[in-house]
Each structure stands twice: as C-alpha cells, then as structure tokens.
Design a protein around this ligand. Structure first.
Ligand SMILES: [Zn+2]
Length: 390
C-alpha cells in the first residue's frame, strides 16, 4: 500500500518528468485573468504591480526549460522586473525555479515549514528569501497580495488572495486535471483548506486552481468539494463492507464521482494513479485503529539529538503527533504499535521510540521500508535531550 501511495504523492513530480506534447503546449499559453493578473498554464501566476512583478510559484525549474519559458512569458506581458516569487508550497513543480529567479534579483517568499523539505538546501536560495509563519502581505501599489498559511497539501501551503482583483490562488488542493489527494492530515486538511478558501470567496471571486487550464468560481469550487467528499464516502463505505482493492477501484458509483472531478477533461485524470488515490484515503482515514490520548502523546514530545546530524523535534500540532527534521521531513506520526509509528510521508518510514526502566522515552530511530533521498540524514539513534520541542 505504501509503495502505491508513494506514487500518488509523486504525481506532481512524475508529471515533471513526463510532460506530454499537449502539456508542453499548454505551458506556453497564457490566460489573462484580470487587467494585471495572468496565469501561465500548468503552474505560475503573474501579478503586475505598479513598479514590479510578483510570480506565484516558480515552476518546474530547469526541466523542459521551464525557467526561460516563464521569463519570456513575463517579458511578453510587461517590461517590469520580477521582484518577488511566492511559493504556494515546496514541491519541485512549484518551487523549481527559485534559485533561477533569485539569481536574477527576485526575493523568494515561502512558509517557514519549507525548511523541512528534503530539497530545501538545493531549491531555496541562501539569501534573497523571506519566510513567514502565519501570513504575509505585499502591497504593489495597485494590488494587495495576502498569503495565509495552512496545513493541507503540504505542511508549508499558502493560499494567495489578490485583494483588489478579487482573485484567489488556491494551490494544489483544487486540481482539475488530476485527482488530488486529501492532504497531510487527511480529511482534516481537506476541511481546513476548504473553510479557508470559503472565507475569501464571494460570488465574483475568480478561483485559480493549480495545474489547471481554466478559471473557476465559488459555486464550482463548492461543487468540486462536495463531489470529492461523495467519492471519499463511497470508498469508505466499500472499505467498511470489506471490499477488495480491485472492487473498490472498479466501483461504478465511485468512478462516476471521480469523472465529475475531471474538470479539464484530462484523459489520464485518474487512470494512472487511481488505485494509489484509494490507498491514500485508506491509509490516512480508514486504516487508523490505534489512537493515543493527549497525555500518551505528550510522552514523545521533545528534542532528540545525535552528533553530526540535525535534531529531530517531536511536537503536538492540531491534536496530532508530528515529527520533523530540517532538510529532510515533517510528518504526522500515525501510531501502529507500542511506541511505533508510521511517518505519513511519501516514503512511510517507521519511527520507533525507546524507553528506560521508569518508562520514560529516551531515544528515537527510523527504519525505511522504501529508500528515501534523505535516508542518510535520518539514519541513527537520536537521544532525547529535552521535553520541549523548541
Ligand atoms: Zn504538490
């Protein structure tokens, strides 16, 4: 199940190595959203201010010459310089051009949890960057951009609202061309982003989803969420009836909901990754029997150290146990046994804690069912040095 889930989370990354001709052609086209806002297809918003340009996302990086394509698209719109680049989250198809644009004078704006991304060191400039915790605002003279953090598709998601234009960039939570997934806290994340989006929306708001080619409105976003939830409920009911993976993935009612979510009529909307999408729902929301009380969770909270490696911090976030290490991972720890957890990342590491004779937690270590690119950083045994995570 884990392996298939890995594919689900990797959809965005795989897209970047599997661009079809049609996708590449789309990448070159530009939608004018309002007089000063444009959407480069697949992933980048362009906001033209009084004196400078702000990009929303930095694209795929060097892949398919994404950096230069974005640069020439912006030049075809305006002569003004690119002063800021906002990352709506840290995945490589959204932040791949960070260094490229920073080298050309732009400042990268990102939520602070991006430092836990396994690619943080390679994708983020040492200088020319600003990180925010809860929210950030930019005033461009003719436009005010508000960025608000939420834990949804990743731990470093930002939802971006353009106040004067009444345009909302909602990120990868709303993805019309491929089936998106629930988020880092499962259904809670799905609800978080939906509630946050709705507070920004009125009947005239233009909604810009990630990876999509058309613009949407409030009613369409509400309908999308209701259909997604109907699909979730159907899979949950099949799971509770004890249906097999194959029965779930061929269920016609579930498929009818999924087809409604294919807003951009992408022939591959769910075909490649459908089983992994279902496995993701099961892994996050259904196969979830063990629960810890807040007091039990508190036992694990703290800082853990190992010589020559980054600390591991364990904390309680939104009622869940979360572990993190700079430049490698941040994740909800799902309890799967006595002092044993599954890290709900891409790779599903197992995280085990040790206790002393008095029953106090003394150490943590990881084991790896899948090879990860940050495995070296997370190999070893970390000793607990403090009961506080900061
Ligand atoms: Zn993503």
């Amino acid at each position: 199940m884990r392996k298939v889930y890995l594919i689900l989370v990797a959809v965005a990354l795989m897209l970047s190595s599997n661009f079809t001709k049609a996708e590449e052609a789309e990448f070159l086209s530009i939608t004018k959203v309002t007089d000063n806002v444009y959407n480069l297809h697949l992933n980048v918003g362009v906001v033209v201010g009084k004196e400078y340009v702000v990009l929303i996302e930095s694209g795929y990086g060097e892949y398919k010459d994404s950096n230069n394509k974005i640069l020439s698209a912006v030049k075809s719109i305006t002569d003004k310089p690119i002063k800021y680049v906002i990352n709506m989250h840290s995945h490589g198809d959204h932040s791949g051009g960070n260094n490229f644009f920073a080298e050309r004078g732009a400042t990268i704006i990102t939520q602070k949890n991006a430092i836990y991304s396994g690619d943080f060191e390679s994708k983020y400039p040492k200088n020319n960057s600003i990180s925010f915790e809860k929210s950030f605002e930019l005033n461009l003279g003719n436009e005010v951009i508000e960025i608000e953090h939420m834990i949804s598709h990743t731990f470093d998601d930002g939802i971006v609202y353009l106040k004067n234009s009444n345009v909302l960039f909602v990120g990868e939570n709303y993805k019309p061309n491929y089936l998106t997934y629930l988020g880092m806290f499962g259904l809670d994340s799905f609800n978080t982003w939906g509630e946050k989006a709705l507070t920004k929306l009125d009947n005239n708001t233009i909604v810009v989803p990630a990876h999509g080619k058309t613009l949407r409105n409030k009613q369409e976003l509400i309908a999308y969420r209701a259909t997604y939830k109907a699909w979730f409920d159907r899979i949950k009911s099949l799971y509770q009836q004890g249906k097999t993976a194959n029965e779930m993935s061929t269920d016609q009612l579930a498929l009818s909901f999924v087809n409604k979510l294919n807003l951009d009529n992408n022939p591959e909307h769910h075909s490649k990754f459908y089983q992994s999408s279902i496995d993701g729902l099961i892994r996050f929301e259904m196969d979830n029997a063990m629960k810890l009380t807040p007091t039990q969770m508190q036992d694990y909270v703290g800082s853990y150290q190992l010589a020559n490696k980054e600390d591991i911090q364990v904390e309680i976030l939104a009622g869940r146990l979360v572990a993190k290490q700079k430049n490698s991972f941040i994740s909800w720890l799902k309890p799967i046994g006595q002092d044993k957890f599954e890290s709900m990342t891409f790779y599903g590491e197992h995280i085990s804690f040790s206790r002393n004779k008095s029953g106090d937690i003394t150490a943590v270590k990881a084991s790896f069912p899948e090879k990860t690119h940050y495995q070296d950083r997370l190999t070893g045994q970390w000793s607990k040095t403090s009961n506080s995570s900061s």
